[in-house]
Design a protein around this ligand. Sequence first.
Ligand SMILES: Cc1ncc(COP(=O)(O)O)c(C=O)c1O
Length: 443
Amino acid sequence: MMDGSEVRAPNDLRAYWMPFTANRQFKAAPRMLVAARDMHFTAGDGRQILDGTAGMWCVNAGHGRPRISEAIARQAAELDYAPGFQMGHPKAFELANRIVDIAPEGLEHVFFANSGSEAVETALKIALAYHLARGEGSRTRLIGRERAYHGVNLGGTSVGGIGPNRRMFGTLLGGVDHLPHTHLPEQNAFSRGVPAHGLELAEALERIVALHDASTIAAVIVEPVAGSTGVLVPPKGYLKRLREICDRHGILLIFDEVITGFGRLGTAFAADYFGIRPDMITLAKGLTNGVIPMGAVLVSSQIHDAFMTGPEQFIELFHGYTNSGTPVGAAAGLATLETYAEEGLLTRGAELAAYWEEALHSLRGAPHVIDIRNLGLMGAIELEPIAGAPTRRAYSAFVKAFENGLLIRTTGDIIALSPPLIVEKQHIDELVGGIGDVLREIE
Ligand SMILES: Cc1ncc(COP(=O)(O)O)c(C=O)c1O
């Protein structure tokens, strides 16, 4: 029997342990979202909130798209679940084909997961297993980069480069090293698009190779544009140089495009934007417009084919998830890709990028602003931290923006922006004007 103290009110906030959230602070003054359509959320108190972040870099086609929700409902009614090991269903194959249709040349195979974090773990494991399959099993080291975010599982946390994300979790994976990050505010502050300085930072990979020997290194993983740590755009020529060094030493290059995939830079993938072909691309978020959890790894034929040897009755890769390629996820993915194609959303960012850049850089000179960065429809406004209280200023901006009807994202003292790709110029004006107001209102 429960006594009265154990009876929970329907709106009791205690049970839910929220992710990446200051739980006690939030629960003392909650911010709730209850509905969404196109460019706007509806807050719990009925206010319309302009979405400056595509949810969390994922709702690329805007909210509440009927084609996607109807496809999900139809699929759940028709075939709710199908085992994905030693069994198939048509839509998973169809979605893999549709992804390959828009992928950079040579990336012709898709392994499904359920999140960006799982896509990253999958790619890292494929890299290790690939080298083993080719008789180079000594290649076990994984190279990440400072200020990288590759999700929260143990592999992704290990190759990731965010101190607070790492320090609670022990020694993480062994055999991991990190490139230096590419954020050079002294030289590159207020760069428009790709910054001019910092190409030489790619040479750090040569030093890592010299230290560990190429024969021990399996793969390098980078976000083409680091998103979660504040939109760090790679210096001119940097990614190309990484590709060259990887090629020289037989090291795989993995692009984590969980954010940059599906049109964020005005091309289907950042690999297209930069004209570089990585060996694998990790995807999630925009793959289903954020609606159904789904991740994927695009894999080169060279890697895939290295596994397709040996007796045909043998399982080639001992890896997979209960919901890899799940019917509802596949239906959502197909409807999302159809929406992107029909509305030209994968290239819409290219049409709006100049307007976006101009609007963002109009905040140069606004209170607290020490840097502004942009590429495609990504943007960041870096604020001067309050002395002795890092992150407080950006958090105040976030709360004030929400009160004023804007959803922005903050990381450290950086405001990061990534509107849905259906954004119109008037939304950009409203978002940037609104941020200007917020910066004038906060301390
Ligand atoms: C580049 C990158 N990789 C991986 C992830 C992890 O994705 P998820 O939160 O779906 O696990 C994210 C999430 O923001 C990301 O930005």
